[in-house]
Design a protein around this ligand. Structure first.
Ligand SMILES: [Zn+2]
Length: 467
């Protein structure tokens, strides 16, 4: 017992020292190393600290939308004056969760504020660990798309990881499930505890633009899913053609969605009007996930509405960045579904558009870039005024844009510096939308920070910290 305690403290002190050192070396927010150390030195670190959360833990997982859903929920918690601990963007692995707990603890191994909520995004594969270690009150599953095949294998593999994770949850955990995604809905077959369903399908009666579908088959009977409507990828109102299993009745549902100059206005059952200052239908789904989680953990309607309305986009999720006379909108694209959604957001605008595509193939992006051929770049054919290709795989990006019928892209420069040099020669009136892969976003952010760019959304300078 005493040894275990000593070990925990040693782990915590080493981790905190590493965080201080990392910061003083200018390595930014130290989102990985402290947690990695803590977990190595004291393998029970996360569950020991996590057991102190009196308000409990909430997990968010899924292919797309984790970060934005977490931000929306964080904003609702803030509006209600609730304290929370949140693992930062890009740190949704075990070490990122552990790092968040290192920062939330004092030197004696206690939470600085035990009334705090733990709000953790987790990687699909880290979910099993997080479920066991954090014993969450609620877990949201946003969607399951093809993503980073190198790392995770097929969607079926992720789906079986998820099912395994359910075994580690307390039996009274509420699963918050996207009713529009049959791959997510299947989880209910393995869960006897409480469920909370959300759905956007009721707000999308018009024929939508489905984009690439990650086709799935019914787990009960192997039948093909039929769709009464599909609003993106394989999400929509579905029904198994053989056994008849279909989209569950939602507990939280949007009855209408409207694009506004500032983002979205949703009408949500039992809540009324909700303003979300983020564009794109995928953010409507993220908002419903956040609203559902907030309801499950008892946040008031007023705090939900105020919180969502006050949300700021995360870096790379539509934030406007100003560099000299140039306005840039950065949209992270990690997979075909996310990239096609980002393009649809641009397509919703009037007139011609200026768009860049920056493609890297580093480990965190996925080494295989063939996914770009599944992205619906054709959506903007005929609408492009000027376009650029960049990144380590700029040539592949340019080729893809060429086949989509876009004009010849201006640059094939591969470093963030030369890419920005090329871009800043442009004197257009509209913001340039930049679609980027994960490491391309981090690298561009560092370069923008060096050049003194500032964020129009926060009004502050872009910092080098990996937010
Ligand atoms: Zn079936």
């Amino acid at each position: 017992m005493a040894l275990g305690r000593l070990r925990l403290l040693l782990a915590l002190w080493l981790a905190r020292a590493a965080a201080v050192l990392s910061r003083s070396l200018g390595r930014g927010g130290a989102t990985a190393l402290p947690g990695l150390l803590a977990e190595r030195v004291a393998p029970g670190f996360v569950p020991t600290i996590a057991s102190q959360f009196e308000s409990g833990a909430v997990l968010i997982t899924g292919t797309n939308g984790k970060t934005t859903t977490a931000r929306l929920l964080a904003s609702a918690l803030s509006a209600g004056g609730h304290a929370f601990v949140h693992n930062r963007e890009g740190s949704n692995l075990t070490r990122g969760i552990a790092s968040a707990l290192v920062h939330a603890s004092d030197w004696r191994g206690y939470l600085k504020d035990s009334r705090t909520f733990a709000l953790m995004e987790t990687d699909e594969v880290t979910l099993t660990f997080a479920a066991g270690a954090l014993q969450p009150r609620a877990v949201a599953f946003t969607n399951l798309f093809r993503d980073q095949l190198d790392r995770y294998g097929e969607v079926d593999a992720v789906s079986s990881h998820w099912r395994k994770a359910l075994d580690s949850l307390p039996s009274d955990t509420t699963l918050v499930l996207n009713a529009d995604d049959p791959s997510v809905a299947e989880l209910a077959l393995d869960w006897s505890g409480p469920l909370h369903w959300y759905s956007l399908a009721g707000a999308r009666e018009e024929a939508a633009f489905p984009g690439p579908a990650d086709a799935r088959w019914c787990r009960d009977c192997g039948g093909v899913y039929d769709y009464e409507l599909r609003y993106t990828g394989h999400l929509g109102r579905w029904r198994c053609s053989v056994c008849g299993r279909s989209s569950p009745q939602p507990d939280t549902r949007a009855t209408s969605i409207e694009a506004t100059p500032d983002g979205l206005r949703l009408v949500v059952s039992g809540l009324g009007d909700v303003e979300v200052p983020l564009g794109g239908i995928y953010n409507a789904a993220n908002a419903l996930a956040a609203i559902s989680l907030a309801r499950v953990i008892g946040i008031s309607n007023g705090d939900i509405q105020a919180g969502l309305a006050a949300t700021r986009p995360a870096f790379g999720r539509g934030e406007l960045v100003v560099l000299g006379g140039l306005s840039l909108r950065l949209l992270l694209c990690k997979n075909p579904a996310g990239a096609s959604e980002a393009l649809r957001l641009v397509a919703d605008e009037d007139g011609t558009v200026d768009v860049a595509f920056v493609l890297n193939d580093r480990l965190a992006d996925g080494r295989d870039v063939s996914w770009i051929w599944d992205v619906d770049f054709e959506l903007l054919s005929g609408r492009i005024n000027r376009c650029w290709a960049g990144g380590v795989r700029a040539a592949d990006a340019a080729l893809r844009l060429h086949y989509a019928g876009w004009p010849i892209s201006v640059s094939s420069r591969s470093t963030p510096g030369s890419f920005l040099d090329e871009l800043t020669q442009w004197e257009g009136d509209n913001p340039v939308t930049i679609l980027l892969t994960y490491t391309a976003l981090l690298e561009l952010r560092a370069e923008l920070s060096r050049r003194g760019a500032y964020s129009q959304s926060t009004g502050g300078r872009i910092s080098t910290a990996t937010a």
